[in-house]
Every structure is written in structure tokens, then in C-alpha cells.
Write a protein that binds this ligand. Structure first.
Ligand SMILES: Nc1nc2c(ncn2[C@@H]2O[C@H](COP(=O)(O)OP(=O)(O)O)[C@@H](O)[C@H]2O)c(=O)[nH]1
Ligand SMILES: [Mg+2]
Length: 363
């Protein structure tokens, strides 16, 4: 499994200076939760841990009248602006590149708004080019890492290491592609190559999503063209959002009446990150405690048990599973069982979004 299977997913906000990164960071981290609930993360002013808004968890905890509610969380990191030359230490480049290394997904915030007061470093508005400038810096940094690795593998080859030739093949392929401006996420790779590359922690291997910072709902066809261009280039999610508005509004629906369209909200952006990472949520719970857990799509019941506790994974026997909404609609566990909604599954069962799971394990 390539993506972390824990609560502690993290998203790095990346872009040129004055694109709206800090504005969006502030909007997202309004939902910040007390750090002691999430001991994995030390909080500073550029890092915020945010609870994932989750209606199903709310409904389930109300049903159980749960004493404790533990939602999934996501860590947001506001990474300072990157400019051309960042990979060579221009601006405060290098230091910030190391912050990106620690995140699971990169959210590019790209400026698509005009403003005389707020300067654009390159004095024009073109989000597609801005993306390419920033990504190029990440590619340069990856090339550096790969070249260092090639040098060390070469040494291993000389002392007769059997794996060295195989490693060299993979590294040279990556080096060649990076040299052509292709980020790692867009490279064709087999499972073995993917596994190897995962351990290199390359910046361009991160999943991506995009926020085009614009006057949503009012903007010209030009922005639609940029959006399409980005989608075609990357295959990734592009959200058009008025980043300033995202921060100011409490309730998107209320604004919808005012504006005549539904503006993008913090929830849309978080959902985008979930999709970008290919994540789903499953639930466990009782009167004592209700939990929402995050897992990669395609994970099986045994792996899901491991997200809760390593012992549960190691001693896994079977899992009783029912969709959480179906469970609550039926009026609880006993009724759901009577209706035949609860299914017993073995370790290979692929967990579905919205599953409520009771793991049976050896003590
Ligand atoms: N006119 C306008 N200004 C914005 C918009 N989004 C952000 N800004 C302003 O642009 C400036 C830079 O934004 P900031 O979030 O600090 O950018 P960062 O450098 O990417 O972190 C701030 O003064 C914001 O208020 C927008 O959509 N329209
Ligand atoms: Mg900033």
C-alpha cells in the first residue's frame, strides 16, 4: 500500500507568492482541532490539523449518544511561495522543498485573478504557466536526488551488488523522464518500479490537485480554458474557487442565494483532497466511542483492522459489515441483522466507503 493508512494525512499548499495560499490555509484551518487529540503533529503557524467534516459520523454518534467522537483529520501545511530557482535555493526555496517532502498530496493554488495592488511575481496572470514554473522546480530537485542515488548505486555495482543493475535501470528511466519534464506521478511504471520509487520520497511523485483562485461564478471564458488545459495536462481535479470568499463565508448555501451560484467551500476542497488521494471512510462505534477512519480505496478488511490497531490486524478472524446509513435507517444492529443487511466477511473483503465494521479478532 503506497499511501499512509492512518489518520494523519497531510496536504501541502504550494504556489507562487501572492497566489492566495495563506488565504486558503486560513480558511481551511478555521476548523482546527485541539492538538492533543492528534499527537502526531506539532503545530506551528504554518501547520494546522483539521477535522474532516463528516455527516455520517455526526448521525452515528447521535444515534449511539456516544461519549467520545473521533473524526478523521487532515494536516494542512502552508508552504511559502516558490519562485524560479527555488530548487537552487532562490528565495527560501530549499527549506520549503523539504516541507513538501513530508506531505501526501500537493495542492497547487494558482492565481487567476487580476489585481493592481497585489503584485504577481511575473507581472501577468497565467495559472497554467505558473503551475509549470513551480512543478519545474520540484522536477529539478528530484533530478538532484536521483543523480545522487545513481552515484551511490554505481558504487554498489562496482563492489558486485546483485540488485544494483536492476536499481540502475529504474533510476535511469526516471532520470530520463524527469529530464524531459515529466513528473513522477505521470510516468508509466510497473508495481516493482512504483515500490522502489516510493522509497525515494520524490517531490513529483505526490498526488496533485489544483485550486484556480478566481472570481468564481463571474469569471470569463479564459479561466474555463485554463481549467480545461490543466485537466488535460494532468488528469487531476481542478477546483475553481474564490479563495477570499471561501475564508469569509460561514455557510455556502446562504451565499448561494446572495450570489446566484453555489460558491466552493472548505468542504469541497477537503473532499477534493480525499478524491486526489483515493481515500474512503469507514466507521466503528458504540455508546463509548464513535470513530471515522480513513483508508485507501481497495484496502481489505484485514488492512482496515490494522488502521485501528496492529493487534487487530495480526489477530484478525472476520469482520461484520453493514453500510452505516443502512444500519441507522434500519434502527440499529439487531434490526439490521434481522433484515439481513449485516454481512460476515473474511480478510480479503474490499472495504467500501461508508462501511460500519465490527472486527472479530483473537484475544
Ligand atoms: N483581489 C483579490 N485578492 C486576493 C484574492 N485571494 C487572495 N488575495 C489577496 O492577495 C494577497 C496575497 O494572498 P496570500 O494568501 O497571502 O498569498 P500567498 O502569498 O500565496 O500566501 C492578500 O492580500 C490576499 O488578501 C482574490 O481572489 N482576489
Ligand atoms: Mg503566504
Amino acid at each position: 500500500m503506497s499511501v499512509k493508512r492512518s489518520h494523519s494525512l497531510s496536504l501541502g499548499i504550494v504556489g507562487l507568492p501572492n497566489s492566495g495560499k495563506s488565504t486558503i490555509f486560513n480558511a481551511l484551518t478555521k476548523l482546527t482541532v485541539p492538538a492533543e487529540n492528534f499527537p502526531f503533529c506539532t503545530i506551528d503557524k504554518n501547520v494546522g490539523v483539521v477535522e474532516i467534516p463528516d455527516e455520517r459520523l455526526g448521525r452515528m454518534s447521535a444515534y449511539f449518544n456516544a461519549k467520545k467522537i473521533v473524526p478523521s483529520a487532515m494536516t494542512f501545511v502552508d508552504i511559502a511561495g516558490l519562485v524560479k530557482g527555488a530548487s537552487k535555493g532562490e528565495g527560501l526555496g530549499n527549506q520549503f522543498l523539504s516541507h513538501i517532502r513530508e506531505t501526501d498530496v500537493i495542492m497547487y493554488v494558482l492565481r487567476a485573478f487580476e489585481s493592481k495592488e497585489i503584485v504577481h511575481v511575473y507581472e501577468r496572470v497565467n495559472p497554467v504557466e505558473d503551475f509549470e514554473i513551480v512543478q519545474a522546480e520540484l522536477i529539478f530537485k528530484d533530478i538532484e536526488v536521483v543523480e545522487k542515488k545513481i552515484a551511490s548505486v554505481n558504487k554498489m555495482a562496482r563492489i558486485g551488488n546483485a540488485d544494483a543493475a536492476l536499481e540502475m535501470n529504474i533510476l535511469e528511466k526516471i532520470q530520463k523522464n524527469l529530464g524531459m519534464g515529466i513528473p513522477v506521478v505521470d510516468m508509466e511504471m510497473n508495481e516493482k518500479e512504483k515500490e522502489y520509487v516510493y522509497d525515494l520520497w520524490l517531490l513529483t511523485s505526490k498526488k496533485r490537485m489544483f485550486v484556480l483562485n478566481c472570481k468564481e461564478g463571474l469569471e470569463s471564458e479564459k479561466i474555463e480554458v485554463w481549467k480545461k488545459e490543466l485537466e488535460e495536462k494532468t488528469g487531476d481535479l481542478v477546483i475553481m474557487a474564490d479563495v477570499k470568499l471561501v475564508g469569509e463565508m460561514e455557510d455556502a448555501d446562504e451565499y448561494a442565494e446572495l450570489l446566484g451560484y453555489v460558491p466552493k467551500s472548505v468542504k469541497d476542497i477537503i473532499k477534493g483532497a480525499y478524491d486526489a488521494l483515493n481515500l474512503i471512510t469507514f466507521y466503528t462505534g458504540s455508546e463509548k466511542e464513535c470513530n471515522a477512519w480513513t483508508i485507501e480505496k481497495g484496502a481489505n478488511a484485514k488492512e482496515a483492522a490494522g488502521v485501528i490497531h496492529t493487534d487487530l490486524e495480526n489477530n484478525f478472524i472476520t469482520a461484520d459489515v453493514v453500510n452505516v446509513d443502512a444500519l441507522l435507517d434500519a434502527g440499529g444492529w439487531v434490526k439490521a441483522k434481522e433484515l439481513g443487511l449485516v454481512k460476515n466477511h473474511g480478510k480479503d473483503y474490499i472495504v467500501q466507503d461508508g462501511d460500519y465494521i465490527i472486527i472479530l479478532a483473537n484475544k
